[in-house]
Design a protein around this ligand. Structure first.
Ligand code: GLU
Length: 484
């Protein structure tokens, strides 16, 4: 049987990292067995519908490289022979199933008002019993018509045991079963009903979703049984936990939307790598995985049962790793939107030289302006960087001036301005001045960049160029003379 998995988001808001993991795992399972990955939009909750949310889902999946085989392609087109892939467009399918259930005595129109249900609840509470709809089934329910809520009439009340591909053997007692609404008063199905019909009609073999659905699983199993449908493989993936404490990750804990991470210069490769490992490992020490490797190695039985802690520092670390792994031209192309305004008018060749020496310090592409700005524009001198520097603050002003003058002279005398020759000259400077590298190199570095970090000094000088470097050092020299 061909493996068919699905990602079934509800377009109810921004797509956060937890949602994306619910797309990644089924994607991996489908791809590793040469199966199909289906995208279905669960848009039956009209009250929670957010305009633009679906577009964001499509965009995010594409950015991550999680291409789907069937589902919406854009707002007006779909692809695949099991469509429609929007639940609101499948309304008649649900209504047909519902009518069949009514005919077979498996569903009844719910006749009660909110006040009546409230009275039942209070009664149950007074008797110290849990409130269950199935204890209040109407004796003569009205004939069901669209516009009335329709409830599943759970035919057999029993204990259910089942196997979850992640959680293992599970079971729940009779109290987990109740008559739940399958069609709402607005004529649309509930999630509880729609997903079961859809997964069946779409030939889904694996349901991989968040663990918030474990508690309802016995209800789903009783519906599958009533409809004579073999349930798909069930895999409930544990929650992503907040960095601190044992609660589910929420917006307040920094659970940003994937779009925000993207805008902050996180690479899709790093995001995929990070999410795959939130709750899964292959049992080795390997930390960096390409999507291909994940397709090869991922397995549901190595997904952990307990919640995985969200650690943004790890995402940043992985992103740095991925920045270093990308092919240079590819990295350069992806950096385009991130250069600072100083770099706007610079030539491509120069920007590539700069990127070539700063990229290995970047954690996100958004660090680029900070890491590269001084290559494009002379920064204002900031003498405090000298007066508070651990090494330089111990040195007399006159000596600093002398050292800088010697350095400028020496650098000016270089025949051919390249990394090797600059390094030779810097080494000679050490010998001649008898100063430590921490003194002489830092002095030059600060006077050249006025930045808190920069790549190796010889590389930085090489890229900034002879004329510009000498010019900058002279400007700094004047400032030290006049103002330090
Ligand atoms: N629409 C549901 C959600 O977004 C899907 C759950 C499922 O995968 O069945 O939570």
């Amino acid at each position: 049987m061909k493996v068919r998995t699905r990602f079934a988001p509800s377009p109810t808001g921004y797509i956060h990292v937890g949602n994306v993991r619910s797309a990644l795992y089924p994607y991996l399972v489908a791809r590793q067995s040469k199966g199909d990955f289906i995208l279905r939009i669960e848009d039956t909750d009209q009250a929670r519908f957010v305009d633009g949310a679906e577009d964001m889902v499509l965009d995010t999946l594409r950015w991550l490289g999680l291409e789907w085989d069937e589902g919406p392609i854009n707002l007006s087109t779909e692809e695949g022979k099991y469509g429609p892939y929007h639940q609101t467009q499948r309304k008649n399918i649900y209504l047909e199933w519902a009518q069949k259930m009514v005919d077979e005595g498996l569903a009844y129109a719910d006749p009660y008002t909110v006040e009546q249900v409230q009275a039942f609840r209070e009664e149950a509470k007074a008797n110290k019993k849990a409130f269950l709809y199935r204890n209040y089934r109407p004796e003569n329910p009205p004939e069901w018509k669209v516009g009335m809520p329709l409830r599943f009439k759970t035919p057999v009340i029993k204990r259910y045991s089942w196997n979850d591909a992640v959680m293992g053997e599970l079971s729940a007692g009779e109290e987990a079963l109740d008559d739940f609404v399958i069609i709402k008063a607005d004529g649309l199905p509930t999630y509880n009903f729609a997903h079961i019909i859809d997964d069946y009609e779409m030939g889904i073999t694996h349901i991989i979703r968040g663990s918030e659905y474990v508690a309802s699983t016995p209800k789903y199993l009783s519906l599958y049984e009533a409809l004579n449908i073999e349930p798909p493989i069930l895999a409930h993936v544990p929650h992503i936990l907040a960095p601190s404490g044992n609660k589910k990750l929420g917006k307040r804990d920094g659970a940003k939307s994937v779009t925000e991470y993207r805008e902050e210069g996180i690479l899709p490769e790093a995001m995929i790598n990070f999410l795959a490992q939130l709750g899964w490992n292959d049992g080795t020490e390997q930390e960096i995985f390409t999507l291909e490797e994940l397709i090869d190695k991922f397995s549901l039985d190595r997904v952990q049962k307990s919640g995985a802690r969200f650690d943004e520092q790890r995402l940043l670390w992985l992103n740095g790793q991925w920045i270093r792994r990308l092919d240079f031209e590819d990295l350069y192309a992806r950096c385009q939107p991130f250069w600072g305004s100083e770099a706007k008018d610079s030539e491509e060749g120069y920007k590539k030289q700069v990127l070539g020496i700063v990229y290995d310090r970047l954690k996100t592409l958004k660090d680029l302006p900070e890491a590269s700005g001084y290559f494009f524009k002379i920064k204002d001198t900031n003498l405090e960087m000298i007066s508070t520097n651990k090494q330089l603050k111990k040195i007399e002003k006159n000596r600093l001036i002398e050292l800088l003058e010697i350095s400028i002279k020496k650098l000016e005398s270089i025949d051919s301005w390249n990394e090797e020759n600059i390094q030779l000259t810097l080494n000679q400077l050490l010998e001649e001045t008898k100063e430590k590298p921490a003194v002489i190199f830092q002095l030059i570095r600060i006077c050249l960049t006025w930045a808190s970090f920069s790549p190796a000094l010889n590389q930085t000088l090489a890229v900034i160029g002879r004329e510009n470097s000498i010019n900058r050092l002279n400007i700094s020299l004047e400032d030290i003379k006049n103002n330090l």
